[in-house]
Design a protein. Structure first.
Ligand code: ADP
Ligand code: ZN
Length: 527
């Protein structure tokens, strides 16, 4: 057996060098390859850019028969096949977008044993016809890419993935390797149960991206803040700016270009040829900024993206990790920068509330957003918090995030928080933060008088803080779940169950002090 192992190792190295042109395996690649070549199932959890593909591509070449790779992303399959073919590997794609002739040719290559790897969409694989064909030929393995799509809890759920468990019964003895960049416990357990109930080893790589510097700030004037960030830290660099809407993507790209930073939009509403052109330009040109909605990125492999900026909140910690993960794939220093404010919290909550998804899924989405908000407001090391979310421990502070580099000041906000909560209660839980703040600060404006809120016991009890501090406090109470915003998106605030202890004075609360925005100085003034 030891001899056998040595020969697998040396053959694997040979393929790595001669076919892929790399000198060394990364992390646990070799161990995974050994195990799969030996016929075991595997679940591979590796961050984007970690090198998952080789974990099945090399076993595909070392085991007899054709390897079947299941992936939901047509564009990605095409790229992979192109790269493999370029390296002299016999690979092809089968999906519904092919013309009849190409399809016939591919099938004939498959049946004639002339393919090392075949990439298929799950629905193509699951057709009775395809399953029949596959049972007639020797198979090296099944690789199930984007395996988190099997998770009903996750946001990329695809029902066809659930049916992939039939591979186990129809093709006993063919090893299955499931791969994903989503690492939370729950998704992982679901993948194990659904796709590998017959066992197999789970390989967890570190999700840390030490070269990425994380920074999360409070939004005052998002665009200006973005511009300053790019000018000060990333002048002339390639970067991705994420925002929520198509309109904002276009407007922001235009504005940045006017400010002298060349930027192009990218979103699902652009004509396909414009989208393709913009994507290609971004990959080829240096120093270009793409302002994108989340449509951008699935399958973007540009190693030298120096920054990812979020002008709007991503919808979960997973999304934040994925999107920021597109920065610095070459291992050189890169930034993940984000600003957000009260308005963004409202907006995201509203988007979730409009969701047509089943209830359990809506609830999961809310939890994931809450986790992201807690992360934003946390005064602790960003890397520690981020990795902890993926059940990974990071020893000590990272020294490469805003909270490590400039520890935020915190303050005991117990008293003002109680006042804020009780004022929300007194005004009938029907108003947004701005109105409640007016009442707290004793602003007897027309709206306040019209509702008789100048007569409330909470009118004018909040003189100790200025307006900006109150806004910060409300944002943090909302982010931490002491307050809830209404589903209709009017920003009406309600108390949550969790606020009782605080309201009764049984609990205290410490909040982070928002950084005060640096005023733009008149030219000529020394900094
Ligand atoms: P993932 O699928 O995990 O996002 P990929 O498999 O696409 O990652 O690999 C990311 C990049 O790293 C690719 O450009 C790939 O060629 C490169 N890569 C993978 N393994 C190695 C290795 N052992 N040595 C050098 N480069 C590697
Ligand atoms: Zn840190």
């Amino acid at each position: 057996a030891a001899d056998n192992q040595t020969s697998v190792d040396s053959r694997a190295h040979e393929v790595l060098r001669e076919t892929f042109g790399f000198q060394q395996f990364r992390g646990s690649q070799l161990a995974i390859i050994r195990s799969v070549v030996g016929g075991d199932n595997a679940l591979v959890l590796m961050p984007t850019g970690g090198g998952k593909s080789l974990c099945y591509q090399i076993p595909a070449l070392l085991r007899p028969g054709t390897a079947i790779v299941i992936s939901p992303l047509i564009a990605l399959m095409r790229d992979q096949v192109e790269a493999l073919t370029h390296n002299g590997v016999r690979a092809a794609v089968l999906n519904s977008s092919l013309d009849a002739e190409t399809r016939r040719q591919t099938l004939s290559d498959l049946m004639g044993g002339r393919l090392d790897l075949l990439y298929v969409a799950p629905e193509t694989l699951l057709s009775g016809f395809m399953l029949e064909r596959l049972s007639e030929i020797p198979l090296a393995l099944f690789a199930i890419d984007e395996a988190h799509c099997v998770s009903q809890w996750g946001h990329d759920f695809r029902p066809e993935y659930m049916q992939l468990d039939l591979l186990r019964e129809r093709f006993p003895g063919v090893p299955r390797i499931a791969l994903t960049a989503t690492a939370d416990e729950r998704t992982r357990r679901e993948i194990e149960q659904q796709l590998l109930p017959d066992g197999g080893q789970t390989w967890v790589s570190s999700f840390d991206r030490p070269n990425i510097r994380y920074q999360v700030g409070v939004k005052h004037n998002g665009r200006q803040q973005l511009l300053q960030f790019i000018r000060q830290r990333h002048a002339g660099d390639s970067g991705i700016v994420y925002c929520l809407s198509r309109k904002r993507s276009e407007a922001t790209a235009e504005w940045l270009t006017e400010q002298g930073i060349e930027a192009i939009p990218y979103h699902a509403g652009l004509p396909p040829e414009v989208r393709r052109r913009n994507q290609e330009r971004f990959i080829r040109e240096e120093g270009l900024v793409v302002v994108a909605t989340v449509a951008f990125g699935m399958g973007i492999d540009k190693p030298d993206v120096r920054f990812v900026a979020h002008l709007d909140l991503p919808k979960s910690m997973e999304a934040y990790y994925q999107e920021t993960g597109r920065a610095g794939r070459d291992g050189l220093p890169a930034s993940a920068w984000m600003v957000y404010g009260l308005q963004d919290v409202y907006q995201m909550r509203q988007l979730l509330a409009q969701s047509q998804a089943p209830l359990a899924q809506q609830q999961a989405e809310r939890q994931r957003l809450d986790a992201l908000l807690a992360f934003c407001e946390s005064p602790e090391c960003r890397r520690q918090s981020l990795l902890a979310y993926f059940a990974e421990q990071h020893d000590g502070n990272c020294g490469n995030c805003d909270n490590c580099l400039e520890p935020p000041a915190t303050w005991d906000a117990t008293e003002p928080a109680r006042k804020a909560l009780s004022c929300v209660w007194r005004t009938g839980q029907r108003f947004g933060a701005l109105h409640v703040i007016d009442v707290l600060m004793g602003q007897a404006n027309e709206r306040v008088r019209q509702w008789g809120h100048d007569k409330l016991s909470t009118f004018g009890i909040g003189g100790e803080l200025d307006k900006r501090s109150w806004q910060s406090l409300f944002r943090q109470l909302l982010a931490r779940g002491y307050l809830q915003a209404d589903a209709e998106g009017h920003g009406r605030l309600k108390l949550s169950e969790g606020c009782r202890g605080l309201l009764r004075g049984e609990e205290s609360i410490t909040l982070r002090r928002d950084a005060v925005p640096t005023r733009r100085k008149a030219s000529g003034t020394a900094a």
